[in-house]
Design a protein around this ligand. Structure first.
Ligand code: GLA
Length: 626
């Protein structure tokens, strides 16, 4: 019907996260289509930035008819890629093993749906896929990326026709989705970020990392050193009192930690995971001076104070549920399935969202709380809302997500200084939607340093390193029982926001000294790690022997190389690890020796095998300008 081009403009998507223009130049093409017969007008929006190889897509559907229209499916983007040999890359997983890299050839006639219908973006399949030329690798070849800025049910459809042409569509999963549009109303889809690189998977990752760090993460913390935190979850689980928490905080302060985070178990009757969710009032039996008293004592020690909430949930054994059983998502006359003994609050309802966000805000106002961990520990099932008429139940999944966004928006408006970390049973909601609200997301409940190599590598394929919640925990590791060197746990956690998740009072004297070194290293290197370019050098998931990655400053004057060996081998050889992203003509210093950039990239940096499993090294690479 029509089209317009808008200069220096990208659309904001009402009630949903989306990229912002910031100080970049961008323009948007809006194409309006009209179907007179059904009375539907559709606006297709395409935005491009001068500085990035991305196209932002989303769709607005208007009901211009005189009657009601039902939408059964509304994808955000479609792209046809001319025929060739292509692979699909996607990220699968489960609890404790999020975002595993998967790659397979797209066969003629294929129809593949990389999707989730569990209510959130999910542990199982992330809302991010790549279509790469079959010959593309980490460093070269054409790769197309599709990332959905959305935290609910998603779908990425990949089809290959009889000629080998590929069609990709990405958007809200049509599973159990039905949206009613009254006359004059519109529906807007989430934003899809389509990205392209001719420099392989690595090139695409770095592009998206930059886009998200610079034009998605709004928090004032996004480009700052985050305070090094210690979280009491793996140290105490539910079994803590004020003395125990203060003893952890004191030791942590001595070792250079800056923020103490009190995790689950501080409220209601929450002494295990059977009760209390929904009752956001302090448990004075455990914490006699309350949250305000505890926060003050933590502040007096010299640490900031942070607190865990799980605002979207309710235990049947809670005062909230007893007062408002209808506030939980459920289907009349059917038994609601519990997961981790909890039900889901119906966030499609304004009254429920208002109550919960007010309860959370009241706690935040009552004490000096500078950080919040917002958790969400179950999938959505038995979907039914008594706030919606029978013929609108298909709107519940999406309205739930809009409720989450609304609550986080309000929280940040009321507490603009707050450092918010999202979390969902580990990393089940590590998606671009959440990054709009929180500059960091807990990456996985699996804190084992070796398992984390693959989890963090998969996560950093799209999401910036600066957003990856990564902590040092004790050994044997609570999830897998593995023993790894303390140094390695620190080196792996440096690829992220960095913190500790252990009882620091129980560490040996030697380990405590290592904590001091690690916290100092964090601040020494954080700007480089947060803002540099991330290059994957070797993956233990592929070679079974060692893992290596590096972060290169944008100026290419400085870099950090990380190396983690797997199981040690008798008579083990040293390895040459080929570095990336340096200037070939420059000379660089590493450990007092000088090398040319081209030697480091073509021949590699020699790394000796060390005695002991899972040993690791960090090398600082600095351009020699003498
Ligand atoms: C989830 C989180 C953990 C911890 C627990 C508390 O599993 O991922 O980090 O907060 O909940 O119940």
């Amino acid at each position: 019907k029509d089209y317009t081009i808008k200069e220096n403009y990208i659309p904001e998507i009402e009630g949903m996260p989306s990229l912002f223009i910031g100080n970049k130049s961008a323009q948007t093409l809006e194409i309006t289509l009209e179907d007179k017969i059904s009375g539907v007008e559709v606006v297709l929006s395409y935005s491009v930035f001068d500085d990035y190889d991305v196209i932002l897509r989303n769709t607005r559907i208007h009901n211009i008819s005189d009657s009601t229209i039902e939408i059964d499916s509304a994808y955000s983007a479609n792209l046809d890629i001319a025929k060739g040999n292509y692979d699909l890359i996607y990220f699968s997983g489960g609890w404790g093993r999020e975002r595993e890299f998967c790659r397979s050839e797209i066969q003629q006639g294929a129809k593949i749906d990389i999707s989730n219908a569990r209510g959130g973006s999910g542990h199982t399949l992330n809302p991010f896929i790549m279509v790469s030329e079959h010959n593309a690798d980490e460093d070269k070849g054409n790769v197309y990326g599709f990332s959905l800025i959305y935290s609910g049910n998603h779908s990425s459809m990949i089809e290959c026709d009889q000629y080998g042409n590929i069609r990709v569509q990405q958007g809200i999963n049509p599973f159990m989705f039905k949206w009613t549009l009254e006359k004059g109303e519109s529906f807007v889809t989430p934003q899809c970020v389509m990205c392209y690189s001719e420099n392989g998977i690595g090139g695409l990752s770095r592009e998206l990392n930059d886009v998200y760090r610079t034009n998605l993460c709004r928090s004032k913390w996004a480009d700052k050193d985050r305070p090094i935190l210690i979280n009491n979850w793996e140290a105490t689980y539910f079994d803590f009192d004020e003395d125990k928490l203060l003893s952890i905080a004191k030791r942590a302060k001595e070792a250079g930690v800056e923020l103490f985070v009190l995790d689950d178990g501080w409220f209601g009757t929450r002494n295990d995971d059977f009760s209390g969710l929904g009752d956001w009032t302090v448990n004075y039996d455990k914490l006699p001076s309350g949250i305000d008293g505890l926060a003050k004592k933590i502040n007096d020690i010299g640490l900031k104070f942070g607190l865990w909430f799980e605002p979207e949930m309710v235990n049947p054994d809670s005062d909230l549920y007893r007062a408002h059983p209808d506030w939980a998502i459920s289907v009349p006359n059917r038994i609601s399935s519990l997961s981790r003994n909890q039900l889901i609050l119906d966030l499609s309802r304004d009254d429920v969202c208002d109550y919960i966000i007010t309860a959370v805000s009241d706690v935040l106002k009552s004490a000096n709380i500078e950080y919040v961990k917002w958790d969400m520990n179950r999938q959505l099932t038995t979907m039914g809302s008594c706030g919606l008429p029978a013929d609108r139940q298909g709107e519940l999944y999406h309205r739930y997500v809009l409720g989450v966004y609304k609550m986080q928006e309000r929280l940040l408006q009321d507490f603009p200084e707050l450092l918010l970390e999202n979390c969902s049973g580990g990393g089940a909601r590590f998606d671009a939607g959440m990054l709009y609200y929180s500059p960091q997301i807990w990456c996985s409940d699996d804190t084992d340093a070796v398992e984390r190599l693959a989890i963090q590598e998969g996560t950093a394929m799209v999401y910036p390193v600066s957003t990856i919640g990564a902590h040092v925990s004790v050994c044997p590791n609570h999830t897998v029982g593995r023993i790894t060197p303390f140094e390695t746990r620190g080196n792996v956690a440096l690829l992220g926001t960095f913190g500790y998740e252990l009882d620091i009072t129980k560490l040996s004297a030697e380990e405590k000294e290592l904590v001091k070194k690690q916290t100092a290293d964090y601040h020494k290197y954080n700007e480089l790690i947060r803002e540099g370019d991330y290059y994957r050098l070797a993956s233990i998931a592929e070679n079974g022997r060692y893992d290596s990655w590096m972060i290169v400053e944008k100026t290419k004057k400085k870099a950090l190389v990380f190396y983690v060996q797997g199981m040690a081998a008798a008579n083990g050889k040293s390895r040459f690890v080929k570095l990336k992203g340096l200037k070939a003509q420059s000379r660089y210093r590493i450990d007092g020796k000088e090398y040319s950039g081209s030697v480091l990239m073509q021949a590699g940096l020699k790394v000796a095998q060390e005695f002991g499993d899972f040993k690791s090294r960090i090398f600082l690479v600095e351009e020699n300008v003498d």
